[in-house]
Design a protein around this ligand. Sequence first.
Ligand SMILES: [Zn+2]
Length: 478
Amino acid sequence: MAPGINKILIRNCQYLITQPGSIDGIIEDGAIYIEGSKIVAVGKSPNIEAQYAQAAGIDILDAHEKVVMPGLVDAHNHVGEVHTLLVEGWLDSPIEGIVDAMDRIYWPAYNWLTEQSTYDLTLFGLVNVLKHGATTHTDAMIFPDAIYQASVDAKARTVIYPQMITSVHLPDARDGQEYLTHTEAAIRNYHNTGDGMIHVGVHPNALFNNAENMLLSSMELARKYGVQFVTHIAEAPDEMDRHNEVFYKGGVIQYLRDLHLLGTQTVLFHGTLLKKHEIDILAETGTALVHCPPTNAWFGYCAYLPYMLKVGLQVGLGTDCVTHNLFNVMLSVLQHHNIMPRELRGVDPVKIFELATLGGARVLGMQDMIGSLEPGKRADIITLNLANNTSLFPLSPQVFYSMLTLNGAGSEACDVLIDGVFVRRNSEFTFLDESAILARAHQWCDKFAFDYHKMTQAHQPMFQRVHEEFQLGTRRPI
Ligand SMILES: [Zn+2]
């Protein structure tokens, strides 16, 4: 063992969840021993303590009233966009769908961003991500250099998806070519850096706001570097109505298949309005999907998750909103799929927890590194405090998964380790200055509000449109 390497023992764990998706994977009175960034041993506390507790310089955390479990994997989020949440309150009519939401909320708010505001707002988002136990998250935003710096500074395991859009002009790139160039630079500079802490994927935002040649070039870039190709799909009816007009009769998934944009490198967000035969195609091609029921509910629809799981589609869970958290998402999955008027209903809470951990890890291609607590895997671990906890009571292995998915909503993680480093301990951040980060986010939100209203009153456009959405002229014939 190298001298000076950090050694951590988490002992007396009331419940140690080693293998998500299995009641057998819960160890009562468990312990876990970590060296450097990796888990070395997992087992019953007396055995692990006997072997490792005397190691020189060891840092011991007693977890006698705690659940100790794998960090959650938030497979879809937009971490630096908290200011967008203000805009809905300023609109003079309700949002009608995702295309409408992009035009009236997201593009004006994104266009206002700068490198510095993106960095500060991303740090704000990371405080929420980490506080609620997501040790791995993906971040689909603009200004990838700012996302990278904030993620490194917060020591967060991050997949950066620099969003590319050709239908409107945003402040971090002038056109499609510049987007591709800066995504390629982000891949070369940041992908698989920090010993696997940072990954980068290629992300045309959606089919309706990127030209067909941009989609093809994006996949070409993803293949060149062996990184993921990700995009939003089938999220709301306004988008689907136009898809049905624009794309040839096979529908939007067949369209993607014909362009060779599906496969094991591809991850789709939402898929809320996909039909069974389209889900079949995703499963056949090995395409993965991230399910985000709380934000999908905004538009009144929910992906057909029970069928997706039945046909073996690879699924992870995402918050899709920086102020949401995965505990709330797990509750949404439990509730939405019990009340959906469909042939297949309900998702087992054991499975829901698996989707929030190992499922997300598989979607991101990181299942050998994270998602469960096993020797050799990275020490991405969270604890929940059971002392005076009236939500997770009375807990036992038999009810653990159902209680966590039903009653865990809003839970904050007491301790958070990422790659063997405590970023949070005893419900406090260890090195992030939470108050200062929140104060800066407040200042940016105040400035955004001032600028937004000033521009609205002056009838100044909030962003510049380059092409109509759905870019009809660039598509192949219906
Ligand atoms: Zn999204």
